[in-house]
Design a protein around this ligand. Structure first.
Ligand code: M6R
Length: 366
């Protein structure tokens, strides 16, 4: 059942090239320069007339929502707010019939997300679900939706659900951008072609596995980790930190790189590994200067970089390369090494990777 892998989590990490392909198959028609998604097509006016989109979710799904915020705002120019479902449901949110709410949930059973959906519906909002489990409670409770088609995810630490959620949300953002005229035809086509290359590039990212194992071995005994990223990759930093916490029980925090100087930099010394996402895209120079700040305080730098990068290599203790792609899609690649890093650290520490203590696959109580 684990298909020759030692754990479900590792199997699911390796399934991502296929899972992402399954997510866009039949929806993204590259040759016709078209995205077809019934749940969106049937409700296009609701989406196009929305004053804003509110995304509600928990945990890793919330991180996918944060990535989507960057993508929707950048590509489709629609204002987005991302909320923890648990906060949204209890804070008497201002929401009405012109709002579109997107609820993201792998299991489709998360109690807080379900309660947020019910509240949004009561207030007249249109609620769209992005679920993995077909026929789940949330997929039934929402007005429309799109499944991620990632296949069953057994490992408690979410991996392929995250990348396929980002894939679905990217498709929706691109589709709305096209319908609104917020993106040129050539840029739209370019994004489709780039998305079509992502599964192959995930495979290339997975090929760093042995190298990542060495990094894991080097830092497995650290008591704390920091994860830093900017822009589209800030939520990836949060997700990397969550993965490490969940399965290795090492304390980790994710931050937007520039926030470091507002506090967390005080934590940095020679014992602190800092994972920095530093792909050669917007903000690259800024991230490089953040790396210099860490270096001058003797922090250990593990950098996720674009293939062929030399500048960061000269400063970092370890670099892990991912292939280049269009900026909005970089999270689909930068996430991969962070999943593997946390996996290997947890295995080396002898932890129960697939069923970490205190956690359940679906959180059906609030
Ligand atoms: O099934 P859901 O996507 O609604 O679950 C939300 C969170 O409980 C979930 O992402 C959790 O944070 C995972 N253990 C993350 O790896």
């Amino acid at each position: 059942e684990k298909g020759g892998y030692e754990h479900f989590m590792l199997k699911e990490i390796y399934e991502q090239p296929d899972a992402v392909t399954d997510t866009y198959r039949g929806r993204m028609l590259v040759e016709q320069s078209l995205i077809r998604m019934a749940g969106v097509d049937d409700n296009l006016e609701r989406f196009l007339n929305a004053d804003r989109i509110i995304i509600v979710a928990c945990g890793t799904s919330w991180h996918a929502g944060l990535v989507a915020e960057y993508i929707f705002e950048d590509i489709a120019r629609i204002p987005v707010e991302v909320e923890y479902a648990s906060e949204f449901r209890y804070r008497n949110p201002i929401i009405g019939s012109k709002d579109v709410v997107i609820a993201i949930s792998q299991s489709g059973e998360t109690a807080d997300t379900m309660a947020a959906i019910k509240l949004a519906k009561e207030k007249g909002a249109f609620v769209f679900g992005v679920c993995n489990v077909v026929g789940s409670s949330i997929s039934r409770e929402t007005h429309a939706g799109a499944y991620t088609h990632a296949g069953p995810e057994i490992g408690v630490a979410s991996t392929k659900a995250f990348t396929t959620q980002i894939t679905v949300l990217s498709l929706i953002a691109l589709k709305l951008a096209k319908a609104k005229g917020a993106i040129s035809n050539s840029d739209f086509q370019y994004h489709l072609e780039e998305l079509d290359l992502i599964p192959e590039k995930i495979k290339q990212a997975l090929a760093s596995n042995e190298h990542i194992k060495k990094v894991a071995h080097k830092y497995m005994n650290a008591a704390n980790f920091l994860y830093l990223g900017r822009g589209f990759n800030f939520p990836v930093a949060l997700e990397g930190a969550l993965k490490l916490k969940e399965i290795s029980y090492i304390h980790a925090e994710g931050y937007p790189a520039a926030e470091m100087k507002h506090g967390p930099i005080a934590l940095i010394d020679e014992k602190m590994p800092v994972v920095v996402i530093a792909t050669k895209k917007g903000h690259y120079e800024k991230v490089v200067s953040n790396i210099q700040e860490i270096k001058s305080r003797k922090g250990k730098i593990i950098a996720v970089v674009t293939e062929g990068d030399q500048d960061v290599r000269s400063m970092a203790d370890y670099v892990i390369e991912v292939p280049d792609t269009v900026e909005a899609l970089t999270p689909l690649l930068t996430t991969i090494p962070l999943q593997l890093l946390s996996y290997h650290i947890a295995v080396m520490l002898g932890k129960n990777v697939d069923q970490p203590r205190n956690l359940a696959k679906s959180v059906t109580v609030e």
